[in-house]
Design a protein around this ligand. Structure first.
Ligand SMILES: Nc1ncnc2c1ncn2[C@@H]1O[C@H](COP(=O)(O)OP(=O)(O)O)[C@@H](O)[C@H]1O
Ligand SMILES: [Mg+2]
Length: 248
């Protein structure tokens, strides 16, 4: 079975610097893949390339058997790739419910039959997503009073309202408390049942809790791909990445 997302020999140069260098990876539908690697490895740039925010110098990106390499950013979003950015974009003066409704009205995916929540109405959908994002009981609160962690979960909920088939997240637990991270682990384990996820993360404790598969990037290239056990046992990975993390 081909992957839901396939990246083939991707390269990206900014001026004369090759930031992504012949990088390939594959994500199987229904799995959670963690993309890890040292600072500057090219993780965020890879997300930008997948979502069409920037275009590769060479290589190919295939999503759901369709070549999306040359497609416009909003067409890619509409085809079912959602992204949660690092910087929150919630409307602070609106309630959590209103934020989710606004996200829904910006809904970009016309493939209703791919929607996994199987809900009849918006209310039920809102409730399901609030549950998935750990926000039940918060729906009528103003978004501005949420904690940092809750704001992140609201953002995840807002992306889910757009029914992505593939969900990309860049450092979702940055700045969270221990308790918030634990709850995020539970949220991600839940999400994994209904969606395919690519999560950029450098906290290996978190990666160990959530990842089905781990992809390690180094200097714009694929260093290793495998289960967390394979990655942690890989001598090259220990040398260029994990060793440095343990020292820190
Ligand atoms: N627009 C850009 N112009 C020039 N260099 C860039 C640009 N965006 C990213 N880079 C460089 O590409 C490299 C990879 O960056 P990035 O993808 O943000 O890494 P990561 O997310 O893995 O920390 C870095 O060296 C960064 O400075
Ligand atoms: Mg980054």
């Amino acid at each position: 079975m081909p992957g839901l997302l396939e990246i083939h020999n991707l390269s990206k140069s900014f001026d004369t610097t090759k930031v992504i260098n012949d990088f390939s990876m594959e994500v199987t539908e229904g799995t959670l893949c963690c993309l890890v690697g040292p600072n500057g490895a090219g993780k965020t740039t890879t997300m930008d390339l997948i979502t069409g925010r920037i275009k590769p110098t060479s290589g190919k990106i295939v999503f759901a058997n369709e070549d999306i390499t040359a497609k416009h950013e909003h067409i890619i979003a509409r085809s079912g790739i959602g992204r949660k950015f690092q910087v929150p974009a919630v409307l602070r003066d609106m309630t959590v419910r209103q934020n989710l409704e606004v996200a829904y009205s910006r809904q970009t995916n016309p493939f209703w039959n791919l929607f996994k929540f199987r809900v009849a109405g918006l209310k039920q959908k809102l409730d399901e997503i609030a549950t998935l994002a750990g926000l039940t009981g918060r729906l009528n609160d103003r978004a501005g009073i949420l904690s940092h962690g809750e704001t992140q979960w609201l953002e995840i909920g807002m992306v889910l309202m757009q029914e992505p088939r593939l969900l990309l997240m860049d450092e979702p637990i940055a700045g969270m408390t221990e308790g918030e991270i634990e709850k995020t682990v539970r949220i991600f384990r839940d999400l994994r049942k209904t969606a395919t996820l690519v999560v950029v993360e450098h906290d290996m404790g978190f990666v160990r809790e959530i990842a089905d598969e781990v992809v390690v990037m180094h200097m714009g290239s694929l260093l290793a791909q495998g289960t967390i056990q394979q990655i942690e046992g890989n001598a090259r990975v220990r040398e260029v990445y994990l060793g440095e993390q343990e020292a820190a």
